[in-house]
Design a protein around this ligand. Structure first.
Ligand SMILES: C[S@@+](CC[C@H](N)C(=O)[O-])C[C@H]1O[C@@H](n2cnc3c(N)ncnc32)[C@H](O)[C@@H]1O
Length: 381
């Protein structure tokens, strides 16, 4: 039974439609339609109006509703349906929706979208059944670079870096990126001048030291329970498909980062957080400063997993700096109140283990994709 919408009857698969004599009992998909409408209004209205319009008008397309309802509750998410369609378009599907998305057609989006789904039913069903949405936001490297610089300057040792929840590991190639931090007219850059990818971050407040070269990373590894193998073109395309169509900048930086990752693959331990961090801590070379980063990962870990990861770190016998870029209040150790309505990310550092007292520091606030940064902690750099 479908439970996503509170177990209301009639949100099950089309096969639950039944015929009693000549009377066909048609399921009532009202809750699913309401869910899409409210999700669209809250998640897409500002930034992806095409998706918002499809959500708003879902009820006008009963066959599309039935197709969605035929999937398991966790596959009924609007983002998964949109990613599945986007994946086909990125793969070359020739459908008018392509022109609606790129603004060269003024056809109303909802019926065109419904047609794209229904004329490619089996491919969409297969994707919705087998895939789940995944993100790997390269823009966050603008903030991670400052975290790594902070660790490097404090320790004066090359770093061993564990990126927990690395996804496709795109940010693990951070020292191949050029990052330009701007304050008004001024711009300060770190990283190679001839980099294939340049990220830009507006420094709104504060003045972190920005060295012209990245921190020295002696060893690095990602940990993820569902790593994306970007060497596989179809997995790389899925990652792109999970971005929204009207975000050309995000698409461009992800495409560049994928190309870099394909040329310079980084290792990702495919394991749940506890086992993966245990393995990484055991492997990290001595005579290096240990750093763990989490960027929009901590909120996905059950509390027991969070505690088990921190226990491992505290008992590792080494001083570890854990840097986080997470929603406000998500990292309890930083002692900030939870503010779920605010999507700014809190940037923090927790120094732990190694027989020394634990020290937590809020370093700043940033845009969730690293577009801007308020740096609170001038004394830390
Ligand atoms: C929102 S993505 C963020 C990815 C990346 N850190 C970034 O900033 O782009 C969250 C990642 O955490 C991973 N993840 C979620 N739960 C996990 C767990 N229990 N153990 C390991 N990885 C996990 C997911 O597979 C996903 O790749």
């Amino acid at each position: 039974m479908n439970t996503r919408f509170g177990g209301v009857s009639g949100t099950g698969p089309p096969s639950q439609s039944a015929s009693i004599g000549y009377l066909r009992v048609v399921p009532d998909f009202g809750d699913l339609i309401d869910f899409y409408r409210s999700y669209g209004a809250s998640s897409f209205a500002d930034d992806e109006p095409a998706y918002a319009e499809v959500c708003e008008n879902l009820g006008d397309h009963p066959e599309l509703v039935e197709l969605i309802a035929g999937h398991d509750p966790d596959a009924q998410q609007p983002n998964l349906l949109f990613a599945a369609v986007h994946y086909l378009l990125l793969g070359g599907l020739d459908h008018p929706l392509r022109h609606v998305y790129d603004g060269t057609s003024s056809l109303p989006v909802a019926p065109v979208f419904a047609d794209a789904v229904l004329t490619n039913r089996s491919a969409i069903d297969e994707l919705m059944q087998n895939e789940r949405t995944q993100t790997n936001e390269v823009g966050r490297s603008a903030v991670v670079a400052l975290m790594l610089n902070d660790a490097y300057q404090r320790s004066q040792e090359p770093l061993s870096w564990i990126d927990l929840g690395a996804s496709g590991g795109l940010n693990l190639n951070i020292d191949r990126f050029r990052i330009e931090y701007t304050t008004g007219e001024r711009s300060i850059a770190t990283g190679p001048a001839n980099a294939a990818l340049t990220l830009r971050c507006e420094l709104r407040n504060g003045a972190p030291t920005i060295p012209s070269t990245h921190a020295d990373i002696a060893w690095r590894v990602g940990v993820d329970r569902s790593p994306v193998q970007v060497a596989d073109p179809s997995q790389a395309r899925w990652l792109q498909a999970c971005l929204w169509p009207s975000q050309p900048e995000r698409h461009a930086r992800m495409a560049a980062a994928i190309t870099i990752a394909q040329a310079h693959p980084q290792r990702i331990i495919g394991a749940d957080a506890v086992d993966g961090v245990a393995q990484a801590l055991a492997e990290a070379p001595a005579d290096t400063a240990l750093v763990i980063t989490t960027t929009w990962v901590w909120c996905y870990l059950p509390e027991a997993t969070q505690k088990a990861v921190l226990k491992l770190v505290r008992e590792s016998g080494r001083r570890v700096r854990w840097y986080s870029l997470e929603g406000r209040g998500v990292v309890a150790e930083l002692g900030q109140p939870i503010e779920r309505e605010v999507i700014d990310s809190l940037v923090g550092r927790v120094e732990m283990g190694g027989g020394m007292p634990e020290v937590s520091t809020v370093l700043g606030l940033s845009h969730p994709h690293g577009a801007w940064l308020d740096w609170y902690a001038p004394e830390t750099l």
